[in-house]
Write a protein that binds this ligand. Structure first.
Ligand code: PLP
Length: 408
């Protein structure tokens, strides 16, 4: 598609350089920053040129629902960070999940998925796709035997998150991808928690990576977005038709914001990840805390696997407070903790420069039936912290304030 030269050859350049320069194509004005092509359509010199463009005989932009140069820059930059041949940018993370999966299934298809999934993804599988005759079989994501048993029968799609939201289960991606391929499935991984900075799932054998760019890629609370990344062959088939015809595309304005977000993504994610690791270790030793889930803590059940698959533990720390088991529902300690925070905001987003705290059971995962929610390990006393870029001592003081409220 691109008809302008790229000022750099990305071959051999490292991720932090690609995050700043990948996919840039300067216009005739030779601007420093990436241009924003806020346009719906494109014009033609002749009627024959328009006909040739729509017949796809010539490679050029025709209509921004199909492709737009600012969106292409974002897609190319993110694809370079993931080591993908191509990317398709979507309006939200859920548009990426839905476009990818719905393109690959039809009535009678079978999805095998980890049961530890983002709440809206579960709803798409169980309420929307189920109604279209697509069956989803869930397995415990960390149990490779369950994957092997489920994938002894042919499947069309395998879908997983690693680390999962919010309990941070770390799945054996290489082995699950191998089993998925043996079953004939396209293997899709939602890489929101790790980002391309900390984990490159295509190198672990998956076929497609999906993102909510709303999270770390924007990382500054401004706009929604998403992306599907993978091979030219996979993205050029049914996924491309679905994308072009049903219109889940990202707006050029948001693509521009997200492109600028990518420039600082490696810096932000590494800084957040360092603070998260430190706070996770500190929280684990505090009274009132029943358990902490963080992939790079030795207490994490898949700690060694996390260290092998990821280059950092990520920005999210999942804390389960005491008082969650037995007779108490656990909502009381969680709400007391959350309501006592003064710096950290209560919000359902994650990956933001601002540290955010969420109560998954009553927000992000409230539509997941209680039994399924408990199966994922989410208790009413579980709080998800998305660690941002503030001074770590200010965060520690605020968390201490929250924990003090448990003893009040
Ligand atoms: C937020 C999120 C999504 C959905 O992204 P939106 O941009 O909100 O549509 C999907 N998967 C995971 C793991 C997420 O955290």
């Amino acid at each position: 598609m691109p008809d302008l030269p790229c000022p750099i050859d990305p071959d051999g350049l490292r991720p932090s350089t690609l995050a700043v320069r990948g996919g840039q194509r300067r216009s005739a004005y030779q601007e420093t920053s990436e241009p924003l092509y806020l346009t719906q359509g494109f014009v033609y010199d002749t009627a024959a040129e328009a006909a040739a463009a729509f017949a796809e005989e010539i490679d050029r932009y025709t209509y921004s629902r199909y492709a737009n140069p600012t969106v292409t820059t974002f897609e190319e930059r993110l694809a370079l960070l993931d080591g993908a041949e191509e990317g398709l940018a979507t309006a939200t993370g859920m548009a990426a999940v839905f476009t990818a999966v719905a393109s690959l299934v039809r009535s009678g298809s079978r999805i095998v998925a980890a049961r530890e999934l983002f709440g809206s993804t579960v709803t798409v599988f169980d309420e929307i796709l189920a109604g279209w005759g697509v069956r989803t079989d869930y397995v415990v994501g960390t149990d490779v035997e369950q994957w092997a048993a489920a994938l002894a029968t042919p499947a069309d799609v395998v879908f997983l998150e690693s680390p999962s939201n919010p309990m941070q289960d770390v799945l054996d991606v290489r082995e699950i991808a191998r089993l998925g391929h043996e079953a004939g499935a396209v293997v899709i991984l939602d890489n929101v928690f790790a980002t391309p900075v900390l984990q490159r799932p295509l190198e672990l054998g998956v076929d497609l990576v999906v993102y909510s760019a709303t999270k770390h890629i924007d990382g500054q609370g401004r706009c929604m977005g998403g992306a599907i990344l993978g091979s030219r062959e996979l993205l050029g088939g049914r996924i491309r038709t679905m994308y072009r015809m049903t219109g889940p595309n990202l707006s050029p304005f948001n693509a521009w914001v997200l492109t600028k977000g990518l420039e600082t993504l490696p810096l932000r994610v590494r800084a957040m990840s360092a603070s998260a690791l430190e706070l996770a270790g500190w929280l684990e030793a505090q009274p009132g805390v029943a358990s902490v889930r963080y992939p790079f803590l030795p207490s994490h059940p898949q700690h060694a696997l996390a260290r092998a698959q990821m280059s950092g533990g990520g920005s999210v720390v999942t804390v389960t407070l005491e008082g969650g088991g037995g007779a108490g529902s656990g909502v009381e300690p969680a709400f007391a903790f959350l309501d006592a925070l003064r710096l950290i905001d209560l919000s359902s987003n994650l990956g933001d420069a601002k540290t955010l705290a969420t109560h998954p059971a009553t927000t992000t995962h409230c539509r997941v039936p209680p039994d399924a929610r408990r199966g994922m390990g989410i208790s009413e006393a579980t709080v998800r912290l998305s660690v941002g870029l503030e001074d770590i001592e200010d965060l520690r003081e605020d968390l201490a304030r929250g924990l003090a409220a448990l003893r009040a």
